[in-house]
Unconditional design. Sequence first.
Lengths: 352, 307
Amino acid sequence: MRFGLWRLRAAFPCLFIALALAGCAQTAKEGTDTVPPGAGNTNTAAPASGTLKVALATPGPISDKGWSASAYQGLQRIKSEMGAEVSQVELEAPAEYAGTFRNLAEQGSTLIFGHASEYDSAAAQVAKDYPKTTFAIVGGRSAAPNLMPIQFQAGQATYLAGMVAAGMSKTGKIGLVGGPEIPIIRQAFQSFEKGARAVKPTIQVRTVFTGDGEDAAKAKQAAQALLDGGADVLMHNANAAGLGVFQAVEEREGAMVIGANADQSDLATPKNIGSFVLGVPNAMMTVATRVKEGSGAGQPYAAGLKDGAVDFIFNPKFQGTVPAELKTRIEQAKADLIAGKIDPKPDAAGGR
Amino acid sequence: MTPDAVLSFLLQTLAAATPLLLAALGEVFAERVGVLNIGLEGLLLAGALAAVLVSVVTGSPWLGLGAAVLAGLAGAALFALFGIALRRDQVIVGTALNFLALGLTGTLYRAWLLSSGSGASAPTAPTLPRVLGEGGTAINGLTLLALLLVPAAHWLLFRTRLGVVLRATGETPDAAAAAGTAVVRLRVLVVLVLGVLCGAGGAALGIGINNAFVEGMTGGRGFIALAVVVFGRWTPLGALGASLLFAAADVAQARLQAAGVFAVPYPVFLAIPYLLTLAALALRGARVRPPPPWANPTSRRKTPPCP
């Protein structure tokens, strides 16, 4: 026994580390990104001959009820509503990106969705060799005649969220809790602030960044600091750490909260006014339609309110009342944003 | 600041200090007996997950706390096996423990989410009952317990015979062994106590401050706790002061950002707690000396030195 253990002791740490690495397989989940519009022309894309053959690569299991699941929903809609032939692969290891895209293209896919911004460079590389296949990469940076980055216009939705927050605030102060200060979050917050000012020019918008998308305790502290400072409506954009924000609101009388990225109505429900949401299936439907029609190739697809790819939705179980006048204004703003009459992007001078 | 705001600040600081304090208290004892366990982060994380899962499933935060303690104990036992019994390098073992816990808790939590059908929205755990304050600015029994542990630990370490034995085990293991102390056994025991404290510290995060688990939610507190031990000069009272200072700096930086009066980039505020430690260590560093022989799992000689 003693001898056995002695001999095995060298193997233990290896096993230990192997286990740790196996567990560590993290998947990044940045849905959106900003991209300079790429140049490209609109021919040489896949000809729409007969049925569409659509493949989807997700960075995680489609059973996650989150990021990858939303893409799978989109795929199923493309199948049922457009009669497309569909397939799905889970693609996690960076070393397999290019090979998998190549395989999917070899199988004759007309359209390949890459549901992670990490896929961008691999897809760009493979796309050159398969001009008949369109690659649509969520949060991608590169555009080519058959490479279509999908960029969610979260700013349009957070502009609406800002209008709601300012309209609902009684103290005239509203707050934002961010995780790491990455461009996508900063822009969403700037649009929020612009929307808030559109409703109430004197509104005070305070922002606290925690620098961390996982530290829920820190996000809670940030929310408490904002609430202690007199803010009464908070919105977060701190990934999973945002849970701490809902908790702080739940524990504070008179506080209200707005959810981010998905319908978060089930968190702090009675105090939850609504959420800004990303409608991944809608965005995918739009892309598939464009590819089928042979339009929009070579251009980044700005997935916005127009296609229901982003939206602000009210929480039906919110205990307070949203004034009808505010709701009308939101509807009007939605129409104006779609029509391009309102620009959710911050004014050149504004914001830090 | 109004009295309300001051009270709120103090209570939030106490709540934020709890996980740091519990982990640091355990580490003070571990380092005093000559063990360096840098796996605190992993132990905290394991405790947080166990606390959340069990309190969600059973509906009892106390059972959750119990499970957190057991999880910490299990992690510490793993450390004791490799770092003390098998005499592997403790820094490596501690690092492995951190990675293992990060990966394992994430994997287990995802698996549980999928199997329970809770999906993307995390289930909410019942939290430990509040004993002081109300609403968002309340502290729970665990915070109180941690605060009460400090004087007890200080007394144990510096005013009792057992304390002398513990310190001797760290400072001169040979002499302690000659005096009849079972050095290895004592070290294992202390590491297990460290596991219990870290597990409780994880519960203070998972079902104390927060009410849900988030992968990697410890956010480096296990490493800050290591700094707390050094800054607190390897004493329980020092650890209390240091963890309160850290927590206060952290709570204060959020408030400075929220006040929005300073046109300073937010990372400057985020850095305040760490800058504070650096400054404190620089100022007091000359007088800070770790207990020898640090992190040496093998300081038992095969033959006793000749007199």
